[in-house]
Design a protein around this ligand. Structure first.
Ligand code: BT5
Length: 265
């Protein structure tokens, strides 16, 4: 199987109404999210997707670095939902559910979701999501959903050592390479389905399904919130997309932005 992405194959037989009808491809960009945002700012419509074989400045949340070697699937989709910003932030769960379902249906992997934006296999991150919104007042102009899949590379060869403990790839889990173009189409088709469900029926059915993969619920976790660590029982993810923690003093706390780890002691 070729390590390269075959551009011609990306849209072949793609069964979507809107997502991926226009695809921009590059061998290397700084970040597919930046690229999609730039195109959106010039008027690109809903469904346009940017894809790159490698990213020189792939980004995670809070401007953290996302390492994006060849063999991965790095892409971003422009969405233009008619939603208020507090509703549009939930799109990261829409994307997370789509990725979880594709990985489990296509590859039979035991997938887990980690609040708010990670997809794990064997407790290691195989995919990260980055949703970025552009608003004017209370109106959402567009949302760019970035999806980064560690697909066809060996983690120990392609990622820096400090990530080995917490990162994995489809190749490392499956013991074989996957077809990137087929994976790309499957992800777009599923993303469109879940997005339509969300727009028609709201967040509840999406969240219910997402939670079925959420390994951390009911466990003791530690959450870093702006450099501060808070411990508690992960009770729920609520209708706002917030993590609900039961603290040691018995109170509950809603967390909107943070990083969770399972507590081992
Ligand atoms: C994320 O952020 O997980 C969001 C990643 C989104 C990447 C996609 S690729 C296409 C699109 N274009 C972009 O520029 N971004 C999106 P966060 O939860 O903040 O996690 C970032 C952390 O994950 C880093 O600080 C590292 O510790 C770790 N990390 C970096 N590269 C990784 C990789 N390839 N696999 C697993 N972990 C990684």
């Amino acid at each position: 199987m070729s390590a390269k992405i075959n551009v011609d194959m990306l849209q072949r037989g793609l069964k979507t109404r809107c997502l991926g009808r226009h695809v921009f491809f590059s061998g290397k960009v700084d970040s597919t999210n930046n690229w999609a945002k730039e195109l959106a700012s010039f008027g690109a419509g809903e469904g346009l997707v940017t894809v790159a074989e490698t990213q020189s400045a792939g980004r995670g949340r809070l401007d953290r670095e996302w390492i994006s070697p060849a063999g991965g699937l790095w892409f971003s989709a422009i969405l233009k939902p008619n939603l208020k910003p507090h509703e549009a932030v939930k799109l990261v769960f829409v994307a997370g559910l789509a990725v979880a379902e594709v990985f489990s249906e296509f590859y039979g992997l035991r997938v887990e979701t980690k609040w708010p934006n990670d997809i794990l296999v064997n407790r290691r991150k195989v995919c990260g999501l980055l949703a970025e919104m552009n608003t004017v007042g209370d109106t959402v102009n567009y949302v760019v959903i970035g999806i980064g899949v560690n697909a066809n590379f060996d983690v120990k060869k392609a990622l820096p050592e400090e990530l080995w403990k917490n990162a994995t790839s489809l190749q490392s889990e499956l013991g074989r390479k996957v077809q990137l173009e087929t994976l790309f189409r499957a992800l777009l088709e599923k993303l469109e389905k879940v997005y339509e469900l969300f727009m028609k029926e709201g967040f509840r059915p999406v969240l219910e399904e997402w939670k079925k993969y959420a390994f951390f619920l009911g466990r003791q976790v530690e959450v870093t919130i702006q450099r501060e660590n808070v411990s508690g029982l992960a009770l729920d993810v609520d209708q706002n997309g917030a993590l609900v923690l039961k603290l040691e003093n018995g109170r509950t706390k809603q967390v909107f932005v943070g990083d969770i780890r399972e507590r081992t002691r």
